[in-house]
Each structure stands twice: as C-alpha cells, then as structure tokens.
Design a protein around this ligand. Structure first.
Ligand code: SF4
Length: 298
C-alpha cells in the first residue's frame, strides 16, 4: 500500500506523512510489540520515532525491527544537554536499537532558554550531535519541545534539521510563526500529540486536519491503534489483527488460537459494512483481512 510521502525539510528524507510514534510502545509487553511494529512497516510507514526516555521502546524496536532496518528511517532523542552525556546516549541508542546508523537524533524537550543555551554552548549536546554526524553514526540533528517560543529560538539557530512540536485541533499555536519559519529555513516539521493525548475520538478527522497543513509528518502514538473502531458488529479489529499476525508470522500455533477462541466476537461476525475502512488512516483492506482471519482461525 502506498502512503503519501513528504520531504523532511533539509534532510531530504522522503518520509510517510503518517509515521510511527514510539511512546506508547512502553505499555506493550515485548511480545505484543512485535506485531504492532511489523504491522506499521507492512502498512507502508517508513519513519519510526522514539526516545531514550520512553523506557524500553528503543529496545523493542531493536529487538523486532533490526532485521528490517533498510525499510525505515529511524529517529530518537535524548534529554542530554551536555556533550559527554549526549555522546553516551547516541552510542547507547545505536546499541539498544541494534543498528549502526540513526537517521535523526533529536535534543528532547527544550523547555526554556537555559536548556537551549546549555545545548548550544561549548561542551554542549550539539557538539556531540555534530561529531556523530561527522562520524557517520547519525544523519541529522533535530530538536523537540512543547514551548513554541523556545522552538522558534532553536530553529532560528539553523543548527537543527527538524523540529518536533505538538499540533492538533486545540493546540494550534505552532502554525502562527513556527511553521512558516521552519518552512523558510527548510527545517522538517514533525507533529506529535495529533490526537491531543487521546482526547479526540475521531482520529481520521484529527489526522486529516493536521495533514492539510504544510508540515512534514505526523507521529501518532501507536500501541494497538484502534482508529478503525467502533465496529457496529462489536469486533475488536486491532486485537484480531495482532492475534492473526502472531499466528501466521510468529508461528504461535497454540497460544494464538486459544486467544482467538476467547475473543467475544470473531472475525466471521463482520457484516462488511466498510465503516472501519473509512476511518483507517492507512487504507488497510480490513474486510478482506478479516475474511482471511476467519478462514485461518475459524
Ligand atoms: S466492515 Fe466489518 S469490521 Fe469493519 S466496521 Fe463493518 S462490521 Fe465492523
């Protein structure tokens, strides 16, 4: 399936307009994380973003996706403000995610002027990022945060190739100055919190609102997705997909059928109304897949 791709500012990476936010991966077990990550790549998503601070999110990505490393661009971030700690974190991220190259390494959550000054000062985190770029360990340096004012300051330094910022129906401040500035300086814009931290119950509309803006990519947090719900027949579509993936790809020939049998509504109950497909931001052929699940699992 083809997802729209957009240029991530001066990085020139062509990333899918909808990408993968790794924060909620913390809530999955290691086993549950595998089909969620695999399904994202199978759906055509080609940018995965995470952080050192998201507990074991980096580890899950390394464990489950290192064998498919050529299929996606990888972004992560560190709260380090000084050079020594940032250098250590870059090496740790490389090791944890079982890769020798990270496309985008971001300074995580610049909160105030002091934060930014520490990063930019001699001996600050930026020096480690620049050295890692020169050494071929990372591709580009980015910055993230919630303070629009400080992100504007950071983008103005022209030291960062991307800026990651919250933007959604209710948090629209970024479009006043930050988006036009980023556009002018060719800095890629990565949108976090697109669903307002789970407040919006229509993800399709929320994502379409964001994608109408001149931004590079949006990273909804993905654990069990669920954009396609509710189903009038009561199917828990994401869980059925996960069970089926575990069955077919991970050869869980005993545990998956048991889990499937415990589901109150089986795939065969699908009435093929198509409502879920209208809501799915990835245009998945859900009805077709449910038919396959019903055929494979009864
Ligand atoms: S097509 Fe099937 S799974 Fe999708 S909403 Fe309709 S009944 Fe539910």
């Amino acid at each position: 399936m083809l997802l729209e791709k957009r240029k991530l500012g001066r990085t020139n990476l062509a990333v899918t307009a909808i990408a993968f936010g790794g924060l909620p991966m913390q809530r999955c077990t290691i086993e549950e994380a595998a089909p969620v990550l695999e399904a994202a790549l199978d759906a055509g998503i080609n940018f995965i973003d995470t952080a050192r601070a998201y507990t074991d999110s980096e580890e899950k990505i390394g464990r489950h996706l290192s064998s498919r490393r050529k299929e996606y661009y990888l972004g992560t971030k560190s709260m380090a403000r000084d050079k020594a700690q940032m250098a250590k974190d870059i090496d740790l991220s490389l090791k944890t995610m079982k890769t020798d190259y990270i496309d985008l390494y971001q300074v995580h959550n610049i909160k105030n002027r002091e934060d930014l000054e520490r990063v930019m000062a001699p001996g600050g985190a930026l020096e480690a990022l620049e050295q890692a770029i020169a050494a071929g360990k990372i591709g580009f340096a980015g910055v993230t945060g919630h303070s629009i004012e400080m992100l504007i300051e950071a983008v103005k330094t022209e030291k960062f190739s991307t800026v990651q910022v919250p933007f959604n129906f209710i948090e629209t401040q970024a479009r006043e100055v930050l988006f036009p500035l980023a556009k002018r300086l060719n800095v890629g814009t990565i949108i976090m919190k697109p669903l307002g931290g789970g407040q919006f119950n229509n993800p399709d509309v929320a994502l379409r609102f964001i994608l109408e803006h001149d931004i590079s990519t949006v990273i909804p947090g993905m654990d069990e997705c669920g954009y396609c719900l509710p189903c009038p027949a009561g199917l828990d579509i994401p869980t059925l997909f996960i069970i089926h993936l575990q069955y077919t790809r991970y050869n869980m020939k005993t545990a998956s059928p048991l889990r499937y049998q415990a589901m109150p509504v089986k795939a065969s109950a699908c009435m093929a109304c198509g409502q879920c497909e209208k809501r799915c931001p990835y245009d998945l052929p859900i009805r077709e897949r449910l038919e396959q699940i019903a055929a494979d699992m009864g």
